[in-house]
Design a protein around this ligand. Structure first.
Ligand SMILES: Nc1nc2c(ncn2[C@@H]2O[C@H](COP(=O)(O)OP(=O)(O)OP(=O)(O)O)[C@@H](O)[C@H]2O)c(=O)[nH]1
Ligand SMILES: [Mg+2]
Length: 346
């Protein structure tokens, strides 16, 4: 990966104005990946979309080194067909999650995102745990999590949901909106500053594309009605796509995900639950299980209501899931090292 300076990001943001003066033929250029479909890429360059493929050097690379939507890449322009992607620039943020179909494999989603909008509708789709998991993925990848509670027009106790989501972490921001009825949309203006990239994530039918359309002011993305019976979406958006708004903001729409796993490292839990970790450090015994031990700061916080039982349970669940993964990875790496040491195949 090559390193890209902060000032270069500004150049890339201003690139549109340079189009008329530049001769792109045969020169190495920097553009942004706006679509990935299997091994075919689309690069956004000066407001144009160029089809592209990777050069052979990428075949040797690990999966996390391949371009994802939102990546800045260097490329050679080919006016007659596919341009060639030469390298991926250093990422400011990189969102990934465990692949639900293959254990131990990560799915690399998007790069260079400033805000991760966790879009959840205020109907049967609402899930406190899922929002926490997305928040963990965002924090882990270096983006700011923003919970967007959609379809506020269909809910008569919006405030309760907002307060509940706020308890997930002091790092998460929360907004209740209705893109269809223009409720709360003004609150989102603070995120729409030129050069910002926002990624929309959440279940199918949550209203991600409807939100995007409302922000662009036109029907940029197709949307479709959810199933009446169980409020589930129809997987209308099928691949990730980066859209540049006229105001210099980029938004990545993503297909609805059925489930989201936890980001693998313990750091992510630290990020979301820093206050609980701080409480734990105040327990009388360093190995306190927050059960019957005297001088337990967690129990005290649960009793006086400053820590909610729901959230503490979530911390315990997410924490143990992470811990299991960590222990497993450690065991595998010890085994591999031992086999290598004795000259065995790994
Ligand atoms: N009442 C109401 N309906 C909404 C709102 N936002 C979206 N919807 C409806 O919810 C349905 C699903 O919206 P989409 O925007 O297609 O959902 P999505 O998250 O993009 O779904 P996928 O592309 O399948 O991942 C559509 O029928 C929208 O009209 C809202 O604020 N209020
Ligand atoms: Mg959609």
């Amino acid at each position: 990966m090559i390193t890209i300076k902060e000032s270069t990001y500004d150049d890339i943001r201003n690139i549109q104005s340079l189009w008329a003066d530049e001769d792109v033929l045969g020169k190495e250029k920097t553009g942004r990946i706006c679509e990935v479909q299997k091994n075919r890429y689309t690069i956004k360059y000066m407001g144009r979309e160029l089809p592209a493929v990777l050069i052979r050097d990428f075949y040797e690379e690990e999966a996390d080194k391949l371009p994802v939507v939102g990546d800045y890449v260097t490329f050679k322009f080919n006016p007659d067909g596919d341009s060639r992607i030469l390298s991926v620039c250093e990422r400011k943020s990189f969102l990934q999650r465990p692949d639900q179909s293959k254990t131990g494999v990560m799915q690399y989603m998007v790069a260079n995102v400033d805000y991760c909008f966790i879009v959840t509708s205020l109907n049967d789709d609402y899930s406190y745990n899922r929002i926490a998991r997305y928040a963990s993925v965002a924090l882990q990848g270096g983006a700011i999590p923003v919970a967007i509670l959609t379809k506020a027009d269909l809910c008569n106790n919006v405030g309760r949901y907002v307060s509940e989501v706020e308890t997930i972490s002091d790092k998460i921001r929360v907004h209740a909106i209705s893109a269809l009825y223009d409720i709360g949309m003004d609150e989102l203006k603070e995120y729409l500053t030129p050069g910002t990239t926002i990624c929309l994530m959440g279940s199918s039918g949550a209203g991600k594309s409807t939100l995007l359309n409302s922000l662009t002011g036109e029907e940029t993305m197709k949307t479709s009605a959810i199933r009446e019976i169980d409020s589930k979406g129809r997987h209308t958006t099928t691949y990730r796509q980066l859209i540049e708004l006229e105001n210099g903001v980029s938004i990545i729409d993503t297909p609805g995900m059925r489930e989201i796993g936890m980001a693998l490292t313990e750091e992510s839990v630290d990020n979301i639950f820093s206050d609980i970790l701080e409480l734990e450090s105040r327990c009388k015994f360093s190995d306190c299980r927050h059960d019957t031990e005297p001088g337990c700061a967690i129990k005290k916080a649960l009793e006086d209501g400053s820590l909610s039982m729901d959230r503490f349970m979530l911390y315990k669940n997410l924490g143990s899931e992470n811990h299991r993964n960590y222990v497993m990875k450690k065991r595998i790496s010890i085994l591999v090292k031992q086999r290598k040491k004795y000259g065995l195949d790994v």
